[in-house]
Design a protein around this ligand. Structure first.
Ligand code: AMP
Length: 573
């Protein structure tokens, strides 16, 4: 048993759902789920699995990203005799596309590993001979597009007489693609006693009549219908990026480079994802720490200690592990995947934007996940702006800007005399401009600005009619560059001034230190302070223009983290 499963933290106000054990799943499935790093059922799984295991029919409204595949796949596998040898399938899943057929059969295969489940995807465009052979040698679950399933039925190669469960996945899309008649013909070949499960992102009327004819007294499940989160929305800038799965690690790295968060938490779905992403981020030079339910309490405490002490700046965590965590200095919450339910999204982003401070919530969505993002946007009651992943050029500009700021600071404050001889000798041979260029290059590279030439594909959401109405239609919003983006104007209104503080991460400065110094020495409150950026050797903080001079004077007169620091208006504005 994993340490965390025993001690589910119920101390926070976040709703805690049932465990996979409590859903009544058999040990082989529990073992497979644990090996995959799934820590708890998603809301759709918690609702759908118990009635499905009981044998009820089900009509579920759920989009990709909610965990709907496991919601129907696990009950299908639950009924399967382990290492079954009979040839005809007992499970049939119908899906609209070849891509989904592959995805769903991979999922069934992963969950059914311990049971020795034989899963076969069949779809048009692939050599039929191989599919015929596989069917002939015996299959437990067939995942098919309707056209190919009908083809195989007509050839007499697919026998549906022993099917115990039929799943219609993404039923609305199958109807949109003109498969209505094919579906009727296929269902007619299955036993009347079968269990029928229908999942669909939308419920158009045509689907209702299909459901009425083929489902018996179905359990109905629909998530994200109501506004579930009362109260004031936190002051959080909410952004989503559409990224193909394979490009996610690179895209996240790029976004973090541009955002330059002081402290961020990155949420992943599974333990595996947490571990591999932590490794990737550390490889990119971040100080990332993993936090998941497979870790002991002692390991978790150590990680939290490192985050609080500022020796780690990114926490990569699952929902379960992060439950109840309260980290003051967080500036960014990143959803590495679209959360499986709006409630999870709201709880996650509630970790920033506290006490009137501004926070940033970033979500990476795959092209297929637009519906789930739309549901979240509606339920959470706050707009999510879809932005473009920063390009290589954006990143280079941002890095050059940081180098320029660091050089300006050195010119203003450092004693550079001991380098004079070097410049003078070189200037006999080279133009001064060239000498300066070489010095800038070295400084730029020493700042960890390794060149990252990989262009990340710019994609948009899959369904255009939806995307046209959904968040993507908000168009190319102004792309943020961290909490310092845009004109210097705070969300609460009134112009703001950006101040340069000559002490940064090297001096152990954290956002809280600046907020503490400013609120302690001036009449300002935390609410008045805008964005804060902590860099290696300096920090930038936004304060109301009207109070800028007062803050500069006060900070010059005080100690920040036990030392005096240069404080002035930032001239890069
Ligand atoms: P789906 O909505 O079925 O397309 O699933 C979305 C993603 O969530 C897939 O990558 C699944 O592997 C993952 N997933 C499904 N259920 C869980 C769970 N309970 N915990 C973690 N990840 C899950």
């Amino acid at each position: 048993m994993e340490p965390m499963d025993d001690e589910r933290d119920t101390s926070s106000d976040e709703p805690v759902g049932p465990t996979f054990e409590e859903l009544g799943l058999r040990p082989e499935l529990l073992k497979a789920l644990s090996a995959l790093g799934y820590e708890e059922p998603t809301p759709i799984q918690a609702e759908a699995i118990p009635p499905l295991v009981e044998g009820r029919d089900l009509l579920g409204q759920a989009a990709t990203g909610t965990g709907k595949t496991a919601a129907f796949a696990l009950p299908v596998l639950q009924r399967l005799a382990p290492h079954r040898r009979e040839r005809p399938p007992v499970g049939l899943v119908l899906v609209p596309t070849r891509e989904l057929a592959v995805q769903v059969s991979e999922a069934l295969h992963r969950y059914g590993r311990e049971l020795g489940a034989r899963v076969l995807p069949v779809y048009g465009g692939a050599p039929i001979v191989r599919q015929l052979k596989a069917l002939d040698s015996g299959v437990d679950v067939v995942v098919a597009t309707p056209g190919r399933a009908l083809d195989l039925l007509n050839r007499g190669s697919l026998h549906l007489g022993e099917v115990a469960t039929v799943v219609l996945d993404e039923a609305d899309e199958m109807l949109d693609m003109g498969f209505a008649e094919d579906l009727e013909a296929i269902l007619a070949e299955t036993p009347e006693t079968r269990q029928t499960v229908l999942f669909s992102a939308t419920m158009p009327r045509r689907l209702d009549s299909l459901a009425r004819r083929h489902l018996r007294d179905p359990v109905r499940i629909s998530l994200g219908r109501e506004r579930t989160v009362p109260g004031e929305a936190p002051r959080v800038r909410q952004t989503a990026y559409v990224v193909p799965r394979a490009a996610k690690p690179a895209a996240l790295g790029r976004i973090l480079d541009v955002e330059a968060p002081a402290a961020a938490i990155v949420f992943c779905r599974t333990r595996e994802e947490v571990d591999s992403l932590t490794e990737t981020l550390n490889g990119r030079g971040y100080r990332a720490e993993a936090l998941h339910g497979g870790m002991s309490q002692e390991q978790r405490d150590r990680v939290m200690g490192r985050l609080r002490a500022g020796t780690a700046d990114l926490l990569v965590a699952t929902d379960v592990a992060a439950r109840g965590l309260d980290i003051d200095q967080l500036t960014h919450v990143v959803n590495y995947d679209v959360p499986s339910a709006p409630e999870a999204y709201v709880h996650r982003i509630g970790r920033v934007g506290r006490a009137g401070r501004e926070g940033v919530a970033i979500t990476l969505a795959e092209p297929r996940e637009h519906r789930q993002l739309k549901t979240i946007e509606r339920v959470a009651g706050a707009p999510i702006t879809v932005e473009k992943v920063p390009t290589v050029a954006d990143l280079r500009n941002r890095r050059l800007e940081l180098t320029r700021t660091a050089l300006r600071e050195s010119l203003l404050t450092d004693d550079l005399d001991r380098f004079r001889g070097v410049v003078e000798t070189l200037s006999d041979e080279f133009d001064l401009m060239e000498v300066a260029l070489a010095a800038v290059k070295l400084a730029h590279e020493a700042g960890g600005a390794a060149d990252d030439d990989e262009e990340i594909p710019q994609v948009s959401f899959r369904t255009d009619k939806d995307a046209a109405r959904g968040p993507a239609s908000r168009g190319p919003a102004q792309r943020g560059t961290g909490r310092s983006d845009g004109p210097a104007r705070r969300a609460s209104g009134g112009p703001a001034a950006r101040l340069f503080v000559g002490a940064g991460r090297d001096a152990g400065i954290r956002p809280g230190d600046l907020v503490g110094a400013i609120t302690g020495e001036t009449g300002l409150t935390g609410r008045d302070i805008g964005s804060i950026e902590i860099h290696q050797r300096f920090a930038l903080v936004e304060v109301p223009e009207a109070a800028a001079e007062e803050v500069v004077r006060a900070l010059r007169a005080t100690m920040i983290k036990g030392r005096k620091a240069t404080v002035r208006r930032d001239q890069a504005q």
